[in-house]
Write a protein that binds this ligand. Structure first.
Ligand code: FDA
Length: 402
């Protein structure tokens, strides 16, 4: 088997790994990045509907879920969305803000991958794809990484960066390898579970809204103290859409979620005004001007909302509004890692240095990106964490600070 030497071996050519490689090699360090996939950045390619929501201009530690809510502050504060935007602009990649500070490529997510691959090549990093990781072992000089595949080799290095991502979408190459490496070196791994994932329901609930699959509405969805105002989508399996994906990261088994339709409107007041203006209109017609008609027809049938506005007392209208503002549902579960955008939990932040992402007890070993117990909201936050944590480890390696 071939023997080689590099300063740094990065495991995983995803968002965090590639960002780390660019910066770890910036001062001449020899960097090898390996991935078992045939192409780098596969999740970038499919992200944001193919346009990659590459950051969020408002990203801050409050947009992340972690056992230690302060952990992400250092990296996020030193490598901000402005830094990534500057790189995107330097490469002439056109982008736009879609909503809520979310930046997307105008053309294609492939532009972001090409930018990262180009920057890695410019910095002199070597990338090996279709390469499997057999073993990582510690020795006096650092580590020995054994690689399999066509170019099987043992690689001696001073730094190993684990950037293997989480468990979401196994079809795209997610393996959970990073957690195994953490455990091998004695680092704690917090409970992992699917996040940013559609919620599923038992037949009793599902039969109630299967016929409105495809209907979307603006809502506030809350679970415990977490609340998000975005769109909800009824599906054949349950509920999806940005508001549901957001709240799914906070939901735990047996908890209810609460849905408020038209969160910024006073529905009772609007119905009373409609009644005074034209009481001959049906309750359903008046509601249909506020909410998707299919949803209203469905709810009206289930709840027995019939008759005209004039026939309905103000109390009855307030009752209808109340139901629309506080619809409580008990999800049965989630669609799981098959469709989850992220993995919650991961390498315990207590084991890592928040400035460098280095394992405190294992000099030279780093964990970055989704494998760490830092998970962002939907909306470009997870890539910002990948860039920021990758940058933090990469610059620390380049400065030889670890
Ligand atoms: P990432 O998963 O990107 O990379 C890990 C790499 O390690 C992969 O290339 C994988 O092949 C490799 N690997 C894994 N196991 C290995 C093994 N055993 N041997 C060798 N290599 C191995 N976020 C966001 O901010 N904006 C968005 O628009 C989206 N959209 C989106 C859509 C979909 C469908 C998904 C699934 C996810 C998103 N995300 C997102 C989340 C985002 O993609 C995710 O948080 C980052 O890709 C995480 O970056 P990492 O580099 O940590 O892992």
């Amino acid at each position: 088997m071939r023997r080689e030497t590099f300063d740094t071996v990065i495991l995983g050519a995803g968002a965090a790994g590639m960002m780390c490689a660019i910066h770890a090699a910036a001062r001449g360090g020899r960097v090898l990045i390996v991935d078992h996939a045939k192409a780098p950045g596969e999740k970038i390619r499919i992200s944001g509907g193919g346009r990659c929501n590459f950051t969020n201009v408002g990203a801050g530690a409050r947009n992340f879920i972690s056992g230690n809510p302060h952990f992400a502050k250092s990296a996020l504060g030193r490598y901000t969305p402005r830094h990534f935007i500057a790189m995107v602009e330097k490469h002439g990649i056109a982008y736009h803000e879609k909503t809520l500070g979310q930046l997307f490529c105008d053309r294609s997510a492939r532009d972001i991958i090409a930018m990262l691959v180009g920057e890695m090549a410019r910095a002199g990093c070597e990338m090996r794809l279709s390469t499997t990781l057999e073993r990582v072992e510690r020795n006096e000089a650092g580590f020995t990484v054994t690689l399999g595949g066509e170019r099987a080799a043992t690689v001696g290095c001073r730094h190993v960066v684990v950037a293997c991502g989480g468990k979401s979408i196994p079809k795209m190459g997610a393996t959970g390898l990073g957690y195994q490496i953490a455990k091998q070196f004695g680092l704690a791994v917090t409970e992992t579970r699917p996040g940013l994932v559609p919620l599923t329901f038992g037949e009793d609930v599902l039969s109630g809204f299967r016929e409105i699959a495809g209907v979307a509405a603006d809502v506030r969805v809350s679970c415990g103290k977490a609340a998000f105002e975005e769109a909800l989508l009824f599906t054949h399996r349950g509920l999806s859409g940005p508001a549901i994906l957001q709240v799914s990261s906070y939901w735990r088994e047996t908890q209810p979620i609460r849905i408020a339709f038209l969160p910024s409107a006073d529905i009772a007041a609007l119905l009373c005004v409609a009644k005074r203006e034209n009481g001959r209109r049906s309750v359903q017609t008046a509601l249909g001007e506020l909410l998707p008609r299919r949803l209203v027809a469905h709810l009206a049938e289930k709840r027995g909302w019939s008759g005209t506005l004039a026939e309905a007392s103000d109390r009855k209208l307030a009752e209808i509004a109340g139901l629309l503002r506080n619809w409580e549902l008990y999800p049965a579960g989630t669609e799981g890692y098959r469709t989850a955008e992220v993995t919650l939990g991961g390498v315990d932040t207590a084991s890592l240095d928040s400035r460098t992402m280095a394992a405190k007890a294992v000099p030279g070993l780093f964990f970055i990106g989704e494998v760490v117990d830092v998970t962002g909201w939907l909306g470009g936050y997870n890539f910002q964490w990948a860039w920021a944590s990758g940058w933090a480890a990469g610059t620390a390696i380049a400065e030889n600070a670890c």
